[in-house]
Design a protein around this ligand. Structure first.
Ligand SMILES: C[S@@+](CC[C@H](N)C(=O)[O-])C[C@H]1O[C@@H](n2cnc3c(N)ncnc32)[C@H](O)[C@@H]1O
Length: 208
């Protein structure tokens, strides 16, 4: 996958994204926002905010910034913020999660919902999330990882060549992901249908 194929996939997906991926992935979005335990005034960055389905879930006392590479997905997110008069969103910006335009330690919590298997270089995205999160802050990831169940695993392997078209990678291995990103996971929660997706709550090392 490359940025061009991702933008092209989400240009197509944007129109029906909410209908197809709204309800089925919503429990994961809700659990993440609840698990954030944000204090009033805390700054949250959501990378790959998409059509902004999570935005109404945040408490009104936090400040949320969302970024996404897809103009079409962001247009829907901006329309949602206007329509629902969501006051806690500071900005929705077109930006590559692999090269964030924010200074180091700009946010208290950084979140990626259903994004790490979509980007060309997930390790770079995590490095950027870590960089813009303040020391002692927290990173949150919810994603589907390659199943350990043989039949489902085989099906995911069959789907893998279609990842360019689908706009996501179905065969991302959790152990390999954790090893290569060196994420410090403090909580792992199953989410969505059959607990098939995983929420990773991770500590941003306090000293670096
Ligand atoms: C599966 S959607 C998830 C959207 C949203 N987080 C949700 O919960 O529905 C993945 C999103 O990641 C965005 N994305 C993919 N690659 C990206 C990148 N390199 N930088 C920023 N956003 C990216 C896509 O445009 C899309 O909106």
């Amino acid at each position: 996958m490359n940025l061009e194929s991702i933008c092209s996939a989400y240009r197509r997906h944007a129109r029906y994204y909410d209908a197809v991926f709204g309800p089925v992935l919503h429990p994961g979005r809700k659990i993440i926002v609840e698990t954030l335990h944000v204090d009033p005034g805390e700054r949250v960055l959501e990378v790959g905010v998409g059509t902004g389905l999570s935005l109404p879930l945040y408490p009104s006392t936090v400040r949320v910034t969302g970024i996404d590479i897809s103009k079409e997905m962001l247009e829907i997110a901006r329309a949602r913020v206007d329509r629902d008069q969501i006051q806690h969103v500071d900005a929705l910006l077109e930006m590559d999660a692999e090269a964030l335009h924010f200074p180091d330690a700009s946010f208290d919590k950084v979140v990626a919902m259903y994004v790490v298997s979509v980007v060309p270089n997930p390790i770079q995205v995590i490095q950027e999330m870590r960089r813009v999160c303040r020391p002692g802050g927290e990173l949150f990831v919810v994603n589907h990882f390659h199943s350990q169940r043989p039949i489902i695993r085989e099906m995911e392997d069959l789907l893998a060549p279609l990842s360019k078209l689908a706009g996501f990678r179905p065969d991302m291995d959790l152990t390999e992901f954790l090893h290569s990103t060196q994420l410090d996971v403090i909580e792992k929660i199953r989410a969505n249908l059959f607990g098939y997706w995983k929420i990773l709550r991770c500590r941003r090392d306090p000293l670096t």
